[in-house]
Design a protein around this ligand. Structure first.
Ligand code: ADP
Ligand code: MG
Length: 473
């Protein structure tokens, strides 16, 4: 078979599989009338040529998952997809019957594997730890106020930032289906920016982003040490806002705590509304467990709900993970005991949860960060000499630092209170208990860290989240 014939045959096979996956009507409308498929063998690249940006965005938004799945199944995970806007291939719209063709031509944009909008604001469980962020997100999505800068949502891993960002986009699109909305991560932004530079298509890249009504960029901390991207991001930011569009950002920490963020970027980020999501309290965790279980069709006994909520304190993602495993264990046990499960499933009880913990304990890594590393990380974040933490002096900053050290030592090591006291040269372990408790209170109350002055306006919980990241690195 010639190379050309091979290419055509792969393209035909991909088309066939896509038609099966999407149904003939949708396939014909979007991939026959409004697009041309072409597989490039050497680059292992499926090129989708479309007449205009609208079709490109539509395909990207609605068919990314199906495309990626078909491609992976047929050609393995290495194969990639590109969407190229090229009006010249489509002559006049009426000739080809393409409903969306219009003469807008620009260079190709790599189709990044961005998630579809999976989350809805309506599915978000609200409690004291996230109500500020949730109400800011809802107001932002409902466009009830004229924006005075971006909305910046930050918090630890797995606490619902992506959920809120995608929920905002989904709600805006629901209310205004023609709105130009882009949800992206800063990692995708960086990749597309670099691809655009390499492909000499920076203008097209900028045009696309700057025509938006809403730009949502997730995980902006990712660009912390990328100077060129930061610069571009800053320009994008200004241009988008100048054009009257709105920007919402999410990050794992407060803008002021993102190392290497330029002053200009920090000042843009804090100009609007900066809201934090903290770890949910027990009551909220209980409600989240119930809601997540219900959405997965799992029936849990109340004691199980309580156990999960008390064991998974870290993040909602942890709760989700535990529920997924529990669901799998439950399905397994049903088949073990009953053969094929019949009738309504029995509620999941404590026995199964015990099994879940046993498997999890066995998988837990043994090496906890050593105590000295906790001290070093805390000292670095609070911009002080680590020696001062060991010296047991009463200066405020040292006291704050020791509280944080005690908190993390209890969480991440097996050290007892007396052992921590000894390591910190404290005469009594009750000081350690009090210090740890103080941090816990500050965390739930969202109190600001008072020192050092450079962290003015930053909360203890924000510093703790940042440190958690430092210590897991
Ligand atoms: P982050 O982006 O902050 O790391 P995600 O938004 O990805 O976290 O959240 C992790 C998972 O937990 C997601 O599946 C999300 O839907 C769920 N989740 C987080 N917070 C909530 C909440 N308050 N209510 C319901 N689900 C939540
Ligand atoms: Mg996220």
């Amino acid at each position: 078979m010639t190379a050309l014939a091979a290419t055509e045959s792969i393209t035909a096979r991909l088309s066939e599989r896509l038609a099966q996956s999407l149904g003939p009507h949708r396939f014909s409308m979007w991939f026959r009338q409004s697009a041309q498929l072409n597989y490039r063998t050497e680059q292992r690249l499926l090129e989708i040529c479309v007449p205009n940006q609208f079709v490109a965005d539509w395909i990207r938004r609605n068919f990314s998952d199906a495309l990626r799945q078909v491609l992976a199944e047929e050609l393995g995970p290495q194969a990639d997809i590109v969407i190229r806007v090229d009006a010249s291939l489509f002559h006049t719209s009426t000739e080809r019957g393409a409903p969306f063709a219009s003469p807008v031509a620009c260079r190709p944009h790599r189709m990044t594997p961005g998630p579809n909008l999976r989350h809805r604001l309506d599915h978000f469980v609200v409690g004291p730890s996230n109500e500020l962020a949730f109400s800011a997100a809802s107001r932002f999505a409902d466009e009830t106020q004229t924006p005075t800068g971006p909305l910046f949502i930050h918090g630890g891993v797995g606490l619902g930032k992506t959920h809120l960002l995608q929920g905002i986009c989904a709600r805006v699109l629901h209310r205004r289906p023609d709105a130009r909305v882009l949800y992206t991560t800063s990692e995708q932004f960086t990749n597309e920016f670099l691809t655009a530079i390499r492909g000499n298509s920076l203008d097209a890249f900028r045009r696309r982003i700057r025509q938006l009504d809403l730009l949502a960029v997730d995980d902006v901390h990712f660009i912390a040490n990328k100077q060129a991207t930061q610069q571009e991001f800053l320009h994008t930011f200004d241009a988008v806002e100048l054009a009257g569009a709105r920007v919402v950002l999410a990050s794992d920490s407060h803008p002021k705590l993102i190392a290497q963020f330029s002053d200009a970027l920090v000042s843009r980020c804090v100009r609007g509304l900066v809201v934090e999501i903290r770890n949910p309290d027990t009551e909220t965790r209980l409600r989240i467990v119930r809601a997540l279980a219900q959405r997965r069709g799992l029936s849990l006994m109340e004691t199980v709900v309580a156990t999960l909520a008390s064991r998974c304190e870290g993040s909602v993602r942890e709760l989700e993970g535990a529920l997924t495993k529990l669901g799998a264990l439950a399905a397994l046990t049903e088949t073990e005991t009953d053969g094929v499960a019949q009738g309504a499933p029995r509620p999941i009880g404590q026995l199964l949860v015990q099994r879940l913990w046993q498997t999890q304990e066995a998988q837990r890594p043994l090496h906890a960060p050593r105590f000295a590393r906790i001290v070093d990380c805390v000292a670095e974040r609070l911009q002080m000499d680590p020696q001062r933490i060991y010296e047991a002096g009463r200066q405020r900053q040292a006291v704050i630092a020791r509280g944080l050290v005690a908190y993390f030592a209890r969480q991440l090591t097996r050290m007892s209170y007396p052992e921590i006291a000894k390591a910190l040269n404290l005469s009594s372990h009750s000081t350690v208990i009090a210090a740890e408790r103080r941090v816990q209170e500050q965390l739930t109350q969202g109190q600001p860290i008072t020192l050092p002055r450079t962290l003015e306006g930053v909360t203890v919980s924000e510093v703790v989240n940042r440190l958690r990241g430092d210590l897991s690195a």
